[in-house]
Design a protein around this ligand. Structure first.
Ligand SMILES: Cc1cc2nc3c(=O)[nH]c(=O)nc-3n(C[C@H](O)[C@H](O)[C@H](O)COP(=O)(O)OP(=O)(O)OC[C@H]3O[C@@H](n4cnc5c(N)ncnc54)[C@H](O)[C@@H]3O)c2cc1C
Length: 472
């Protein structure tokens, strides 16, 4: 019997892959999923009305790379292909991504041509950044912040106006703390092994590429043919975890909601006891933990304080989310994905997504303002109210987008400790944690956004690889 801890996308995907593995290998492994709340889907939560859809957590998924294609394979297998709403390269949400700098919105280049032109707020065409890389000396390092790396290779403007806001958009974090390996592992390795990014790229062009034997679903093939930029799910992203939950239930996985696990006791290398807050106990042969590292730390602390200490050293940040709906026939914004605010601007907001441009079937203008992240405490303290965040968000969009209408509907959420920060040394720390588990023969696998990537695709792929590892 296996227990899956946590019913976010990580836990649900673990159930999915364990079931597939059961079917393929003719096994009859009994599966339990334990979720603390009355909902499976974790941070993925959508509010639907006839006029708008508010996404309170994630909204778009990237189709690219093995991890992106793998998610599309799963989506097709779950029968969700018809629900996909792709954003293709000619869509304004793919072409128009902006940053807010010096009290102005600036369009980032989205084509090769744009790289040769001067685009404000950059003082030179971006192609000059490549010359900087060729000239800059190489520095031998084990790891570095993504900000330092980009500043060293491509210059300060790229670090401030391209990478720093991108990190805010992906993990609400500070590029000066986040590891370069989080997004630019290959470029960093090129620098370390060949003295520069361009030099490394040239050398790698002559190396034979390993062809992956990964099988693509029709949906995955379509995403490649149509060159999807990102995609959303019509009617709300929560359709995805809801469908996965039903799939697990239909295939005899026992999904226990309102089951808040408070302690894990390892008995031997094939027995583990999970105790919940209402006094219930479950004995399993293996546990797949998909809960955040800081939550798992509390559950293993009594038996394994060293493991708990390492798990708590993976930091998380809090994000404020303000969804706004304006019931106007005339759009209040230019069509675009939205804009991000570089930390150097010292703004209370991280960025704004123009949902009515990215998500179909919205009857008016829908925006989502993201606030805080790494700077949440510094900007808002410990006791900010939702009303306060709404006022700040409205003030900022009035100032930046000149929207003076009052929203017809709004929704504010404070997502405490919702996004892990892969700071310098993160991957070595995760290696150490997994080594401890192996050394002590603990029947536990680590899945979810704390370890192998913070996005939806990463979490799903991490479930797949951990399940494959344990089943071989
Ligand atoms: C605001 C925001 C925007 C995002 N935007 C995007 C995006 O656009 N695209 C993208 O790809 N990714 C995005 N992400 C990231 C994406 O949401 C995550 O990668 C993914 O949802 C993480 O899933 P998970 O299963 O690892 O964790 P979670 O969603 O945190 O799920 C963990 C589950 O475990 C449960 N749990 C915790 N402790 C216990 C316990 N002791 N006992 C039982 N159950 C427990 C929780 O209740 C929860 O349901 C965003 C994240 C946030 C917060």
């Amino acid at each position: 019997m296996a227990a899956i801890l946590g019913g976010g996308l990580g836990g649900l995907s673990t159930g999915y892959y364990l079931l597939k593995n059961n079917i393929n290998n003719n096994n009859n492994l009994k599966l339990f999923l334990l979720e603390a709340t009355d909902y499976c889907g974790g941070w993925i939560k959508s509010i639907r009305t006839k006029d708008y859809t508010f996404e309170q957590g994630p909204r778009t998924i990237r189709p690219k790379g093995i991890v992106g294609l793998n998610t599309l394979n799963m989506i097709q297998d779950l029968g969700l292909s018809e629900h996909i709403s792709p954003i293709t390269p000619d869509h304004p949400a793919a072409k128009n991504r902006m940053i807010y700098v010096n009290q102005n919105l600036h369009l980032l280049p989205s084509s090769l041509k744009g790289v040769f032109q001067k685009n404000t707020p950059f003082s030179k065409p971006l192609i000059y950044a490549l010359l900087n890389d060729i000239k800059s000396p190489h520095k031998e390092l084990e790891d570095d912040s993504i900000y330092n790396f980009v500043e060293r290779r491509f210059g300060k403007e790229i670090a401030d106006y391209a990478i720093s806001p991108m990190i805010c958009g992906i993990c609400a974090g500070d590029a000066k703390e986040i590891s370069v390996k989080f997004l630019m592992r290959t470029l960093f390795e090129w620098e370390q092994n060949h003295g520069g990014v361009i030099k490394g790229m040239m050398k790698s062009m002559f190396k034979s590429k390993n062809k992956s034997d990964f099988e693509l679903s029709d949906l995955a093939k379509r995403s490649q043919e149509e060159k999807w930029n990102v995609y959303t799910i019509k009617g709300g992203l929560d359709i995805f975890p809801r469908t996965l939950t039903n799939y697990l239930k239909e295939n005899d996985v026992k999904v226990n909601m309102n089951s808040n696990v408070r302690e894990i006791q390892f008995v031997d290398s094939g027995t583990v006891t999970l105790k919940n807050t209402s006094g219930g106990e479950l004995i399993a042969n293996h546990v797949y933990s998909s809960i955040p590292a800081y939550s798992l730390a509390k559950l293993v602390h009594r038996q394994h304080p060293e493991l708990a200490k390492n798990l708590t050293e993976i930091p998380f940040v809090t994000v404020g989310i303000v969804n706004l709906y304006f019931a106007t026939q005339k759009p209040l914004i230019e069509p675009a994905f939205g804009f991000l605010v570089p930390p150097i601007e010292n703004s209370p907001i991280l960025g704004v997504v123009f949902d009515s441009c990215c998500i179909p079937d919205q009857n008016g203008t829908v925006l989502t303002v993201m606030l805080g992240g790494k700077w949440y405490k510094e900007k808002f303290g410990d006791r900010t109210t939702k009303e306060n965040l709404l006022d700040i968000a409205l003030h900022e969009i009035k100032k930046i987008l000149q929207i003076s209408d009052e929203p017809a509907a709004s929704n504010v959420n404070i997502l405490h400790n919702c996004i892990p920060q892969y700071v310098i040394g993160h991957y070595e720390k995760v290696g150490k944690i997994r080594q401890y588990i192996r050394d002590n023969n603990l029947p536990i696998s680590l899945i979810g956004c704390s370890y192998d990537g913070v996005g939806i695709n990463d979490v799903i792929y991490s479930a797949k690889t951990q399940v494959q590892k344990d089943c071989t």
